[in-house]
Write a protein that binds this ligand. Structure first.
Ligand code: SF4
Length: 302
């Protein structure tokens, strides 16, 4: 039997988890799903804003997007992809050729080295194709977990949850996670959602962080504030609940009940109204604005 170490670093015993649980405490699974359903509803078009046609182009664009904006990268990439349409073509370039073409994306010296290293590694290790595993992607120069998850989730159909500064801020504010470490956040969020929702979850958190939950948040426009720990903490002590609740999203209204037609509208006296409703045939019922239920009721009473 393997010896058990004692002291501060306790070895896991039978029945005890070896590692600390990665799921953030406090938010029940139903609430987590309600939060992401609501964010999906608030940001229906959430997706990466980088322009690409294949995994190679998305990989290049994502490397260029570090410390830059997607809009700026989308200006740089079309002529770049025209000149270097594949990893094999890019691997033959030199930094002197590449740097002027990507200068507008910022940090162009470091990025040109990353792009050349990445393209060369793709050619040498993967036959010029972008691999579809996290392990292989993070081995490429200039590719971290965030970039790998973007490419996996958006271009390769493999579930991935990219964590950027917006995801860090929004997920912590809501109370979905409790960490500043992107890798821990990724693990905690992934543990709370089914894999087929990971990429979309990242997209909506990013868009929510850009549009609503900015560094100075616009809570009055936010549809998930009822669950948000940050928003709840803003409520001043002793503040009247009604005032606070005024910021909640309005409850959905039940559809208005269909009014039965009046006796006058049916052209009969009040005594014969139910009878007349019951005697209407389907097209007539439709024109008169009554359903089969009202007709049934009318029949029972007659
Ligand atoms: S309520 Fe405010 S802090 Fe909370 S997620 Fe919405 S915008 Fe961000």
């Amino acid at each position: 039997m393997a010896p058990q170490r004692r002291g501060r670093r306790t070895v896991a015993k039978a029945g005890r988890p070896k590692r600390r649980p990665t799921r953030a405490p406090g938010l029940p699974p139903k609430t987590v799903l309600a939060i992401f359903d609501t964010l999906d509803h608030q940001h229906p078009n959430a997706d990466t804003e980088l322009h690409y046609r294949n995994p190679y182009e998305l990989l290049v664009a994502t490397i260029l997007s570090a410390q830059s904006t997607d809009a700026r990268v989308n200006i740089v990439t079309p002529p770049l992809f025209e000149r270097y349409p594949s990893a094999a073509a890019l691997a033959k370039a030199t930094t002197a050729e590449l740097e002027p073409q990507i200068r507008a994306s910022g940090f162009f010296r470091a990025k040109s080295r990353s792009l050349l290293g990445m393209a060369t590694a793709l050619v040498q290790r993967h036959g010029g194709e972008v691999p579809a595993t996290m392990e292989a992607l993070v081995e490429l120069p200039g590719v971290g977990r965030k970039t790998a998850n973007v490419v996996l989730g958006h271009a390769l159909g493999v579930p991935g949850l990219p964590v950027d500064r917006h995801v860090v801020r929004v997920a912590n504010r809501i109370g979905l996670v409790h960490s500043d470490n992107p890798e821990v956040i990724e693990t905690q969020l992934c543990a709370q959602l089914p894999p087929d929702r990971w990429t979309r979850a990242s997209d909506v958190l990013i868009l929510h962080g850009r549009r609503i939950c900015r560094p100075k948040p616009l809570c009055d426009r936010c549809q998930v504030r009822v669950w948000c720990a940050y928003f709840k903490a803003l409520r001043p002590k002793g503040a009247r609940r009604a005032k606070f609740d005024a910021l909640r999203p309005p409850a959905r209204k039940a559809p208005a009940a269909r009014a039965e037609p009046s006796a006058k509208a049916l052209g009969v006296g009040p005594q014969r109204r139910k009878e007349r409703i019951a005697s209407l045939r389907a097209p007539e019922r439709e024109r008169a604005g009554v359903g089969p239920r009202e007709q049934k009721k009318g029949r029972r009473r007659t």
